[in-house]
Design a protein around this ligand. Structure first.
Ligand code: PRT
Ligand code: MG
Length: 214
C-alpha cells in the first residue's frame, strides 16, 4: 500500500490533476467527506487528509510514504528522513514582510528601532531579520496574521501573499520579499528504497505531467 498525505483546499485541488495523470482517482471528495483516509480507484494507493503543516511529520515518520507540502512548511518543519524529489510548482506564493499603509518601515529600520513582528513563520522570520541586522521581537500566531497590526499586537507581519488581495483588504502593504514558495512532492526516505517499484512511477508521471503543463 502507498499512502499519500495531502491537505484540503489548494494543495488537494492542485494535486488532483497530477494524481489523475498517474491514474489515481480519489473515491471521495475531502471537502464534503469527513473521512480522513480516502481510498482511490487503485487498491494499492490511499490518501490521508491532514493539516498542511502536519504533512512533513506524517512523511518523516513513515505514516505516509509520500505527500505534498509547501516550501514554507518544509522550511519551518526542518525534519529529517524526507526526500524532496520534485518541485510541483503548484500553490505558488511569496513569504513577505508587510506593514500598515503609511508605516515608515525603511525609516524604522534605518533608526534601528526594535520592531514587533507577528508570524506563523518564526524560523524564516528570525533568519530574515538577523541577515538584515533588524532588531525584532517575534510574536507567534497560528493564523490571520493580517489582523495583528490593525489592533496593535505588532508593527509588522511575516506572511504568505499570493494575489495580495488580503493585504489590500486590510490596508497593509508588502515591504520585503523573503522567499518564493511552491509545493514540493516529499517522500519518506526508507519508503523510497523499499517501495521504489510503486513510488518511482508516480514521481516520474508527476514529473512528466508538470513538463506538459509548462
Ligand atoms: O488552513 P490551515 O491553518 O489548516 O493551514 P494552512 O493555512 O497552512 O493551509 P492552506 O491549505 O491554506 O495552505 C497550504 C499551503 O498553500 C501553504 O503552506 C502555502 O505553501 C500554500 N499557499 C499558496 C498559501 C497561499 N498561497 C496563500 N495565499 N497558503 C496560504 N495563503 C494565505 C496567506 O496566509 C494569506 O492569509 O492566503 C492569504 C493571502 O492570500 P492573497 O491571495 O489574498 O494574497
Ligand atoms: Mg489556510
Amino acid at each position: 500500500m502507498i499512502t499519500i498525505a495531502l491537505s484540503k483546499g489548494r494543495i488537494f485541488d492542485e494535486t488532483l490533476p497530477l494524481l489523475d495523470a498517474a491514474g489515481i482517482v480519489p473515491l471521495e471528495n475531502p471537502e464534503s467527506s469527513r473521512k480522513l483516509i480516502i481510498g482511490t480507484n487503485r487498491d494499492d494507493v490511499q490518501l490521508i487528509i491532514v493539516r498542511a503543516s502536519d504533512v512533513p511529520t506524517y512523511v518523516q515518520y513513515g505514516a505516509a510514504d509520500m505527500g505534498v507540502a509547501g516550501r514554507d512548511v518544509l522550511i519551518e518543519h526542518g525534519g529529517s528522513n524526507i526526500y524532496q524529489p520534485l518541485d510541483l510548482e503548484i500553490a505558488k506564493c511569496r513569504l513577505m514582510v508587510a506593514v500598515p499603509e503609511g508605516f515608515d518601515y525603511e525609516g524604522a529600520v534605518r533608526r534601528g528601532a526594535r520592531l514587533r513582528v507577528a508570524t506563523k513563520y518564526i524560523d524564516s522570520a528570525r533568519e530574515h531579520f538577523a541577515r538584515k541586522g533588524v532588531h525584532v521581537d517575534l510574536i507567534k500566531l497560528y493564523g490571520s496574521m493580517e489582523l495583528a497590526p490593525l489592533v496593535g499586537l505588532a508593527d509588522a507581519i511575516v506572511d504568505l501573499v499570493s494575489t495580495g488581495g488580503t493585504l489590500k483588504a486590510n490596508k497593509l502593504v508588502a515591504v520585503e520579499h523573503i522567499y518564493d514558495v511552491s509545493s514540493r512532492l516529499i517522500v519518506n526516505q526508507a519508503a523510497y528504497k523499499l517501495k521504489r517499484d510503486s513510488i518511482k512511477p508516480i514521481i516520474d508521471t508527476f514529473s512528466a505531467a508538470i513538463g506538459k503543463q509548462a
